[in-house]
Design a protein around this ligand. Structure first.
Ligand code: AMP
Ligand code: ZN
Ligand code: FE
Ligand code: FE
Length: 281
């Protein structure tokens, strides 16, 4: 069972990397990628907690913005975690999330909503990539809303008047950077339209030119029709198809392993990285 997209407390998941490893073992996962938002800081704890029968894949989910302002999440897998250019790109993205959070808080507070930067920091694990889910958790603690989900539905969704973007690389820049660091690039949930505007089918050609390797086809935010359309695009462009849970612990309904990647697809994806970087014990 291969699950190539999961989050920990290094970003907006609620399980520590060690806890995620234990849950993956219990769930029967055999290959697990840890893909925190704009960060690889959960990696060393995960490697330490690793046990036989599970293979671990270093990854990150990079937030990008097209020149038209469409939000695209790019999974980088199997890159060299020590690569300086890659780590600089991730660090820049994390840095811009702090002023972005302050702007969102100012907009909420100006409308009389009880929230401060201190509240959000108190709801954010040390060292985690700061994101809207932490703001959501702070709003729950302040009893403005009852759940993370309600916070997103009512206040924090992409079309909300309180939503602010942060500076981010373009999808092409992120793909090139992942390639330069020896990894493989898989576009995450590209047709998840519930989250906001999505890219057109024609855009995939440009991403392939930049070095895209795969498409996350099987993901809970895609309908059956969207999965079929994406599978067709992947076939036409010679891209690998993946499936994954996008697990966030208690932060979302997604269950570990609820969508999986076929072993043949994974074998092909792994062979496209510049080196064999899957970690086992
Ligand atoms: P950000 O990167 O700060 O823009 O936050 C995006 C994160 O919010 C993504 O990881 C999503 O998984 C998460 N998210 C989006 N919608 C929801 C929701 N309804 N409930 C919980 N988390 C969500
Ligand atoms: Zn997330
Ligand atoms: Fe995502
Ligand atoms: Fe994700």
């Amino acid at each position: 069972m291969i699950d190539l997209h999961t989050h920990t407390t290094a970003s907006d998941g609620t399980d520590s990397p060690a806890a995620l490893i234990n849950k993956a073992l219990s769930a029967g996962i055999t290959t697990l990628a840890i893909t925190d938002h704009d960060s690889t800081s959960g990696w060393s704890e995960a490697v330490t907690a690793l046990r036989p029968s599970l293979s671990l894949v270093l990854g990150a989910e990079i937030s990008t913005l097209t020149l038209d302002g469409i939000s695209v999440h790019m999974l980088g897998l199997l890159f060299d975690g020590e690569d300086k250019h890659m780590q600089n790109m991730l660090a820049e993205s994390r840095d811009t999330r702090i002023p972005r959070m302050r702007k969102m808080i100012d907009l909420l507070a100006a409308d009389g909503i009880n929230i401060s930067i201190e509240d959000v920091m108190a709801a954010t694990p040390v060292g985690a990539t700061l994101g809207r889910p932490h703001l959501a958790d702070a709003l729950v603690r302040n009893k403005v809303v009852a759940t993370r989900d309600e916070a997103f539905l009512e206040l924090l969704h992409n079309d909300s008047k309180y939503y602010v973007t942060h500076a981010a690389p373009t999808p092409e820049d992120a793909i090139r950077q992942i390639n330069q660091a020896g990894g493989v690039a898989v576009i995450a949930h590209p047709f998840a339209s519930r989250r906001g505007e999505v890219i057109s089918a024609a855009t995939f050609t440009n991403l392939v030119s930049a070095g895209l390797h795969g498409i996350e086809v099987n993901h809970r935010d895609h309908s059956q029709a969207e999965r079929e359309q994406l599978a067709q695009i992947a076939d036409q462009l010679g891209l690998v198809q993946t499936g994954s849970s996008d697990y966030h612990g208690n932060g979302k309904l997604n269950e570990l392993g609820e969508n999986l990647t076929d072993p043949e697809q994974w074998a092909r994806l792994e062979s496209l990285a510049s080196a064999r970087r899957v970690v086992t014990k």
